[in-house]
Design a protein around this ligand. Structure first.
Ligand code: ADP
Length: 317
């Protein structure tokens, strides 16, 4: 069979959660178009509530889309749901441990669920690859949080899927383990597995992903190679403490200013358009004397604001 150009392709994907007694109807995805190239490490980045998990749950067959189309490895999820699901492994956000199994048993059960014939199972190989070979016979409940997480990656790979999806894989994971996990993920990618990961850490996406899609309020607001995207995120902030505390942030032509505590204020500028020199000149021109300044890189929220301010205010309908 010809390999598909895209590991995952979504067109006009919409998900509306029905209203409940306590929550209004919620349009979690509002027309997602995404084409994830085969062989890439693709980051889905967005703040909490953006719709990342909803998107992944639709791919995993855990959540029903409202409209739009999705194919996984060239297989439409409506027309060939089983084939589509066989092409992905999903590592969920929550650790779901099997307390009474050993890691080896847990993998064998998972392989059984995917109907992998015993001869083709690679449970021991997976345990070794994830540094769990010596825990083969321990009970899962005796494993540390990090080991359980690695076991979940192994479980997602039992059927040897060409696409691996990791939902917030490093939330609450220490630095050392994070590195280990990434090394394994990178190795899988070198072997040809397409990796899709969700995160709300910009640095994580920056470090690993070839391409990043930013999702906010159920819409894709940017989808670009990582390097291109980072170039666009050129907002910097100068934090200014004036000699005389100000009561409100001064209006500086061409810059956005914001009041901070203690009579200080911040000035945002874009490195491609202005320099710190120009910011300082504008402050002096406004008649202010500077006691102290520092600079600050933008956090993800600033980036979202600059990329998404054109998006409608609320996702609730
Ligand atoms: P993310 O993974 O980016 O944090 P989610 O996909 O979990 O975002 O959530 C997107 C939006 O859909 C949020 O507003 C969330 O409250 C809502 N949502 C998620 N799951 C459900 C559900 N089962 N029922 C109703 N609303 C939901």
């Amino acid at each position: 069979m010809d390999l598909p150009d895209y590991a995952i392709e979504a067109r006009g994907l919409v998900k509306t959660y029905a209203a409940t007694k306590t929550t209004p109807q919620m349009q979690a995805l509002r027309g997602i178009d995404l084409a994830i190239p085969r062989g890439s490490i693709f980051g889905l980045l967005g703040p909490n509530g953006a719709g990342k998990s909803t998107f992944i749950n639709i791919l995993a067959g855990l959540c029903r889309k409202t409209s739009g189309t999705v194919s996984i490895w060239g297989r439409d999820i409506d027309e060939r749901p089983r084939d589509a699901r066989a092409a992905i492994g999903v590592v969920p956000q929550e650790i779901a441990a099997d307390p009474f199994f050993t890691p080896l048993e847990a993998l064998e059960v998972a392989a059984g669920m995917y109907a992998v014939p015993p001869k083709e199972r690679r449970s021991r190989e997976l345990l070794a690859a994830l540094g769990l070979a010596d825990k083969e016979k321990a009970y899962v409940r005796q494993l540390s949080g990090g080991m359980k997480r690695r076991l979940m990656v192994a479980k997602a790979m039992v059927h040897n899927p060409p696409v691996l999806i990791l939902d917030e894989p490093t939330a609450g994971v220490d630095v050392e383990l994070r590195k280990q996990l990434w090394n394994y993920v990178l190795e899988l990618n070198r072997k040809g597995v397409t990796i899709v990961l969700t995160t709300h850490y910009l640095e994580e996406a920056e470090e690993l992903c070839d391409q990043i899609a930013i999702i906010n309020r159920g819409q894709v607001v940017a989808c670009e190679p990582t390097t291109t995207l980072l170039r666009r995120m050129d907002t910097r902030k100068v934090i200014v403490t004036p000699e005389e505390p100000v009561a409100q942030a001064p209006a500086l032509p061409g810059f956005e200013t914001q009041m901070l505590k203690g009579g200080a204020f911040s000035v945002a500028y874009r490195t491609g358009q202005s320099s710190v020199e120009q910011v300082l000149a504008a402050i002096r021109k406004a008649g202010l004397h500077i006691k102290d300044i520092s600079t600050e890189d933008p956090d993800l929220e600033d980036v979202f604001v600059s990329l998404t301010y054109a998006a409608p205010e609320a996702a609730e309908i």
